[in-house]
Design a protein around this ligand. Sequence first.
Ligand code: CTP
Ligand code: MG
Length: 227
Amino acid sequence: PSVAVIVVAAGSGTRLGRPEPKAFVPLGDGTLLSHAVRGVLGMREPVQLVVVVPAERVDQTRAQLLAGADASAELAVVAGGELRQDSVAAGLAQLAPEVGIVLVHDAARALTPSLLFDEVAAAVRTRGHGIVPGLPVVDTVKRVADGRVVETVDRAELAAVQTPQGFPRGALERAYRLAGGEFTDDAALAAAAGMQVDVVPGDVRAFKITVPADLRRAEQLVAETAG
Ligand code: CTP
Ligand code: MG
């Protein structure tokens, strides 16, 4: 396949506060991770799927994904690292030689529609640089210093960004080789290496499950879709 999707699922989920790692928390008829994988496998084109999980979950995850109904995708399951970017780097090391476009996706954005993956991949292909899905910011945002409002930030200039974030493979690999310091997403890491990153429309269903209220919202959405 010319596209690979790296699903990072190696975090512990501290803020969700469950005993199991967040990606393995039940959601509807599966887990956060199984929903995320379903989104990837619903894409228009065949992809290489790279799933990054905690070291002690690698064998179990590989067995479950291979036993799944759609085992047609080329599949790699590897152990993640301490930081999210270490987990992405572990995924990058698994890319098949023919892959030219890489999408990086949070398993925690479990209900992301397949169409958003298709749109990000298509935008990378036609534009040739980094692509992130983003939504308008609805809150009024202030810049604050020492508990005092310094200014109101023009929210027309802001976007709340999501995943999947897509990149030309060579440029993302180069950005990861250059990366010093900690980044909260791949677009920031890519931009630090000088890559142009464009925003395309995101999707509300790509919200990140972070705290218990997010999981309840996800359960509700899954129940509505099933019913
Ligand atoms: N992730 C990862 N490896 C890490 C840290 C995070 O693969 N070392 C993944 C998570 O599994 C998640 C995504 O990156 O799918 C976004 O991270 P986040 O929502 O912060 O998840 P956690 O780090 O697991 O949660 P928390 O920060 O609450 O502990
Ligand atoms: Mg985290």
